[in-house]
Design a protein. Structure first.
Lengths: 114, 111
């Protein structure tokens, strides 16, 4: 049981390059989330998927797109990276049953855009 | 903008003391409240959640909720150096899909 996994762990991009951050969970979560974390800013929601086949914008969606490929996988794409997107990105799944409201986080992707 | 506010700290306490972490929230529709701990370079992990007014205890941790004052707190008794981390307060509407996080309070426990 791997929980929530993210790839890659680290990435350096040049301005204008594109990339996709991958997230997968084996915890049977219906809901999945992408956050970015910047110093002093806490976790800010980029996009979320309440269930397979649906996605919605969060607080800071500009410059990002997402795909909920199936129940397990939720990817985040940067089409044209900008230095302002330098951040740590966390994927999370929302638990079911008695832990319905708890979110389980992946290990994070540290992204630097030069 | 629905917000969760925390003092960024750092909060420094000696080993064995009680650490008190505080949080306020602006959305009166918030029903569930969470405390996550985040070690440097790691991802957040849940340590406590609370839904009802009053206190909830789990080992050395006590979460307190006052919905009238829109105030949530976390007490850590017998603080240990291993408790040194950033503590994130979070709020969620029941049945909603979004959780709003505070910016976190850094706690240092001095040996």
């Amino acid at each position: 049981n791997a929980g929530v996994t993210q790839t890659p762990k680290f990435q350096v991009l040049k301005t204008g390059q594109s990339m996709t951050l991958q997230c997968a969970q084996d915890m049977n979560h219906n809901s999945m989330y992408w956050y970015r974390q910047d110093p002093g800013m806490g976790l800010r929601l980029i996009y979320y998927s309440a269930s397979e086949g649906t996605t919605d914008k969060g607080e800071v969606p500009n410059g990002y797109n997402v795909s909920r490929l199936n129940k397990r996988e939720f990817s985040l794409r940067l089409e044209s990276a900008a230095p302002s997107q330098t951040s740590v990105y966390f994927c999370a799944g929302q638990g079911a049953g008695s832990s319905y409201n708890e979110q389980f986080f992946g290990p994070g992707t540290r992204l630097t855009v030069l | 903008q629905k917000e969760v506010e925390q003092n960024s700290g750092p909060l420094s306490v000696p080993e064995g003391a009680i650490a008190s972490l505080n949080c306020t929230y602006s959305d009166r529709g918030s029903q569930s409240f969470f405390w996550y701990r985040q070690y440097s370079g790691k991802s957040p992990e849940l340590i406590m959640f609370i839904y009802s007014n009053g206190d909830k205890e789990d080992g050395r941790f006590t979460a307190q909720l006052n919905k009238a004052s829109q105030y949530v707190s976390l007490l850590i008794r017998d603080s240990q150096p291993s408790d040194s981390a950033t503590y994130l307060c979070a709020a969620k509407n029941t049945g909603g899909f979004k959780t709003i996080f505070g910016a976190g309070t850094r706690l240092f426990v001095k040996a």
